[in-house]
Design a protein around this ligand. Structure first.
Ligand code: GCU
Length: 651
């Protein structure tokens, strides 16, 4: 495709394979995909690929006698300049192939090894919040910062299946195996994808299939009414059940390997089972029953809270909502119903505690949802590599010995950050978030820094050796830098209402959305303790409930999420809260300026188009970071009257 960035798969990374002789054994569409990749690489670099046993340096073998054919694992072995990948399932072969690609020359020349790789998480999914029709407020892609949708344009299917296939290839190469192709907020045009427009979804599924990616669809709970003309969508109504069964049968006919439904119900105005006095388990099980005959899964989102809150009411706490709604239903969800939980209790802020729902529902399959699209983390105008945040979340142990990554039995999901932008993700360096998500979903305990290095090595291809240190310096600490110049100490929000870009300390303070910081002249933060606050801290298991309950034991970075403290309160770091606010905001801006210098120094080293795009975005990031610094610092200086002990200018 002309003009589209190859992201982490530039031709160069196929050179080690493309210069060698490969034998590929096995048959089927995914084997053909791998064969096609090998043939293209060999045509470019002079190697050869054969489907017959003959002399080779790389052997890729699909051997059904080794185990189940739905296995995604593979064995990789090398020694004496040769490498072998063996898999019992075709997807395993595909992932084994990309493993070899990632390793480059080392795949053949490294020390002899024999390793077995398999994903820790079975479902590794991207949810697209893509609208079919352009929404008057949200546009083509809700919270999209990378141009239009890859799938839809102004009410119609785009039909650019070549680009969809290229996307599928990128996703497969980092281990992603599922995509939901439309927004969780289902408007009229999206609703119809389920019925008369299913053919358009089937086209997308056809483009994704050769890369082992199953297609999922967001549906409206009100579909029986909106599409079927029934009087009700009551999950216990026999006609409703029959309608879903028939609709799902037609979906399966059009897309035999259909993955399932994603549902946002009783959430931010979307219809759901509450209207009929039914529970979310009733709602989820209705769709689970319809999907069950075809092996599909319903992903039922737990993002259910009161968004018509009265800010005067201090007893309602949005953070409590998911746990309060769902824990009483543990054990009631069907086996093919997955409860999809945002990683934090609020909404993808730069810093949140892990949702207490994760680990609290042992009888329910949970999927954990992350947000690659940078709604609250710089909207792909700021460099903000989310690997360290996600890694912290996935390694967090709600209970001793069971991490979030292990508890996410129903899958790991990220809201996609991709659009029709030539760099895929708007900010070229935001590609790293997509890649990192895929790799962490495969292995949630992987070292994030290692994944970043891997991404740099692939993306910057031939330039990587020279560029690596600079790119790493720009990206590795960028999430913490972003945290420094935005809302402090876990309190969150403080963004411009609506579009959520840039600072507005009181933007949501008197709003119905339940996102407050309660700053006054004496202090700031939300008391979520059991003793004197909303009781949210008590939703955790004993260990974390105790840690979060008191100011003394609560970690600094989450202090204002859990407690309201005076500005003079001394943090574990030894600084007062107010001085911490001032210092981090000055540091954050300095770090952005330093990152920009690092990037500027890469001029002439990295590809000029990529360099120019990032350099230009740094201008905006620096402007925005200063705006954040000055608004936050001025706000708290004016509230508290406490001067900066270092005497810097605060207006
Ligand atoms: C956030 C976001 C919305 C989105 C919602 C969701 O609130 O701002 O645009 O619809 O999350 O996850 O459903």
């Amino acid at each position: 495709m002309r003009g589209v960035d190859p992201a982490w798969l530039p031709d160069e990374v196929f050179r080690p394979i493309g210069t060698r002789r490969t034998v590929i054994r096995g048959s089927g569409p995914l084997v053909d995909t791998v064969h096609g990749e090998l043939a293209a690489a060999c045509a470019r670099y002079g190697g050869a690929v054969s489907r017959e046993p003959e002399a080779h340096e790389l052997l890729l073998e699909l051997d059904g006698s080794l185990g189940p054919d739905d296995s995604e694992g593979f064995t990789y072995e090398r020694g004496a300049g040769r490498a072998t990948v063996t898999a019992s399932g075709a997807r395993g072969l595909l992932y084994g192939f990309f493993h070899v690609v990632r390793l480059g020359e080392e795949a053949f020349l490294g020390e002899p090894v024999r390793e077995t790789h398999r994903p820790a998480v079975g479902l590794r999914m991207l949810d697209h919040w893509d609208n079919v029709a352009v929404h008057p407020v949200m546009g083509q892609v809700e919270r999209g910062y990378a141009g239009g949708s890859l799938f839809w344009e102004d009410g119609r299917a785009r039909g650019d299946l070549e680009r969809v296939a290229a996307y599928g290839r990128l996703l497969a190469s980092c281990g992603i195996n599922a995509v939901a192709v439309n927004n969780v907020n289902v408007h009229e045009a999206e609703a119809r994808l389920l019925t008369d427009r299913i053919g358009e979804v089937a086209e997308l599924a056809r483009a994704f299939r050769p890369y082992g990616i199953r297609t999922h669809l967001s549906v409206t709970f009100a579909a029986p009414i909106v599409l079927g003309g029934l009087a009700t969508a009551d999950p216990l109504d026999p006609e409703v059940r029959a309608w879903w069964a028939a609709a799902t049968a037609r979906v399966h006919e059009a897309i035999p390997d259909f993955g399932g439904y994603v549902v946002k119900a009783d959430s931010e105005g979307q219809p759901g089972p509450f209207a009929y006095g039914r529970t979310h388990a009733d709602g989820a099980n209705l769709l689970a029953a319809a999907l069950e005959p075809y092996g599909g899964t319903v992903h039922w989102r737990a993002f259910v809270y009161d968004h018509h809150q009265d800010w005067r009411d201090r007893t309602t706490d949005r953070a409590r909502a998911a746990y309060d709604h769902f824990t009483p239903l543990d054990g009631e969800f069907a086996a093919n119903a997955v409860l999809q939980v945002k990683h934090g209790p609020m909404d993808f802020q730069v810093r949140e505690p892990v949702s207490p729902l994760i680990g609290a529902m042992p009888g329910t399959r949970l999927a954990v949802e992350l947000q690659a699209t940078q709604e609250y983390t710089g909207q792909q105008r700021h460099v903000c590599w989310l690997g360290p945040m996600w890694s912290e979340v996935l390694r967090f142990e709600p209970e001793e010995g069971a991490s979030v990554g292990e508890l996410a039995r129903g899958g790991l999901v990220a809201v996609s950050n991709v659009g029709d932008d030539p760099f895929w993700t708007g900010h070229p360096l935001a590609q790293a978030n997509l890649y990192t998500f895929g790799r962490l979903a495969w292995r949630p305990d992987a070292e994030a820094g290692g994944i970043l290095d891997e991404w740099i090595g692939l993306t910057f291809g031939a330039e990587a050796a020279e560029a690596a240190a600079g790119v790493r310096a720009v990206m590795a600490g960028s999430w913490r830098t972003y945290e420094k110049y935005t809302a402090p100490l876990g309190v969150g929000f403080m963004v411009q209402p609506g579009h959520h870009y840039g600072p507005n300390v009181d933007g949501y303070e008197y709003s119905p959305w339940g996102t407050y910081h309660f700053a006054d002249r004496d202090g700031v933060g939300v008391d979520r303790s059991v003793a004197s606050g909303t009781g949210y801290a008590g939703q955790y298991g004993k260990r974390w409930a105790e840690v979060y309950e008191t100011v003394a034991s609560c970690p600094d970075e989450l202090l204002l999420f859990f407690h309201h403290v005076p500005y003079g309160h001394v943090l574990k770091s030894g600084k007062t809260v107010i001085q911490h606010i001032y210092d981090t905001h000055f540091e954050g801006v300095d770090e952005v300026a330093e990152a920009r210098r690092e990037w500027d120094a890469l001029a002439g080293v990295v590809d000029p188009v990529r360099h120019a795009r990032v350099a230009e975005l740094f201008g905006e990031q620096l402007r925005s970071a200063r705006e954040w610094r000055d608004q936050i610092n001025s706000y708290f200086f004016r509230k508290s009257g406490v001067p900066d002990e270092r005497g810097r200018t605060i207006c």
